[in-house]
Design a protein around this ligand. Structure first.
Ligand code: GLA
Length: 387
């Protein structure tokens, strides 16, 4: 890969003298969905697929970008004097947003750069290609200009840029999972405090299989922001009867006690998901620690049901993938992962059952939905690095 991206860099930008190569992973969340903006727990891990980058400092303030994933867009130019989001700037709004966020924090960029990217995360699959580009960019800036920022800061800067430059009100999970990734471990993160622990993923002869629905998200981002504000309203209603800072502070029992303070049935279900999903995540990590993979799988399944019925972020494509997966022998657990509305599912499947899983679920999906799903057997990898 290193040779490939360096030679493409030379082709696009003239030569590759002095250019450096980098990598940042994608992520998949095993459990703890739509809890990160509710002060709850999440349990994601970094993947060995991700974003490869080649970067080189310039003598002026120009920025030149090229993505091997969008060759048709050619080279996209900008400059440090113009760090603003433009629709036509397309994917370059992600690296530009991170540059802007560094400057917002008082870290002025002394010069521009040429940047080439090549992502191995399937496009639009919900495995956080944008957060991967953000963390990669932050990592490059730190390496180039010796900024005193930790990997956790890189995650926060990435999230800040996504919220304030790119207008998506996401939580901290994706950028954190990517910036702090560790091979063969998932990250048990308390999003209220940012305290975290690594948990070895011991799946006892099973693997993580991602199924991409190939449904483009489209409306997803606005629905995402809608769910967020439903939860915020529910929280404000609950705060009239109990002094909590976030939904993540409630147990199931607390919720039963106070839920009548929430003024609509829909908002009650949204808040219920946030509370129960948080508790499920804590239990799932405990189960994994006890080598109880079966229990972990059951909690994944319960997570999907809650996202389908109470949070309503699944849709026929994700439901079909998951409900078909549940029927296949050797599937330990299966659920939608990420924001939902499209994107992909994550399943834990016994190794000997994987071929049958892909064939059976793939066939049922094609028949019901009318187009194919894609399947990836993934490995859990490290965070960002120089290649
Ligand atoms: C997206 C967001 C995350 C998180 C998930 C849902 O991936 O970027 O912050 O909220 O959705 O769990």
């Amino acid at each position: 890969m290193k040779e490939l991206i360096l030679s493409k860099f030379a082709e696009v930008f003239g030569d590759a003298e002095g250019a450096k190569t980098y990598f940042a992973p994608g992520r998949v969340n095993l459990i703890g969905e739509h809890t990160d903006y509710n002060g709850g727990h999440v349990f994601p891990c970094a993947l060995t697929i991700g974003t490869y980058g080649v970067a080189r400092k310039r003598n002026d303030s120009k920025l030149r970008f090229y993505s091997m994933n969008f060759p048709g867009r050619g080279m996209i130019e900008s400059s440090l004097e113009d760090l603003k989001p433009y629709k036509e700037a397309n994917w370059t709004n992600y690296p530009k947003g991170v540059m802007w966020a560094f400057e917002q924090r008082g870290m002025k960029l002394p010069c521009g750069m040429d940047l080439l990217l090549n992502g191995t995360i399937p496009n639009g699959s919900g495995l956080s290609s944008s957060a991967s580009v953000e963390v990669l960019t932050g990592y490059i800036l730190r390496d180039f200009f010796d900024f005193q920022v930790s990997n956790q800061d890189l995650a926060l800067i990435g999230q800040y840029s996504e919220n304030n430059f790119n207008g998506v009100n996401c939580g901290i999970m994706d950028q954190f999972a990517i910036a702090m990734g560790k091979k063969d471990n998932a990250i048990f993160l308390d999003t209220a405090t940012l305290q975290y622990e690594y948990a070895p993923i011991k799946l006892e002869g099973a693997k993580i299989v991602i199924a991409s629905s190939n449904k483009k998200r489209g409306l997803g981002d606005s629905k995402y922001n809608e769910r967020r504000s439903e939860c915020e309203t529910a929280l404000a209603e609950l705060q009239k009867v109990t002094p909590i800072k976030s939904l993540g502070e409630l147990t199931e029992e607390d919720f039963a006690k106070y839920e009548s303070a929430i003024g609509s049935e829909v908002r009650r279900r949204r808040a219920k998901h946030a509370v129960y999903e948080n508790q499920r995540t804590v239990q799932a990590v405990e189960a994994l620690g006890n080598n109880d993979v079966e229990r972990f799988g059951q909690l994944m399944n319960a997570s999907h049901v809650s996202l389908r019925d109470d949070y309503e972020v699944t849709g026929i494509e994700l439901d079909t993938l998951v409900e078909e997966a549940w029927k296949v022998p050797g599937v330990i657990g299966s659920r939608m992962t990420g924001a939902g509305f499209g994107g992909c599912t994550v399943s834990i499947v016994k190794e000997e059952a994987i071929d049958n899983f892909i064939e059976t679920v793939g066939k049922a999906y094609q028949e019901k939905i009318g187009y194919a799903a894609d399947f990836y057997v993934v490995e859990v990898g490290d965070g960002p690095r120089i290649l």
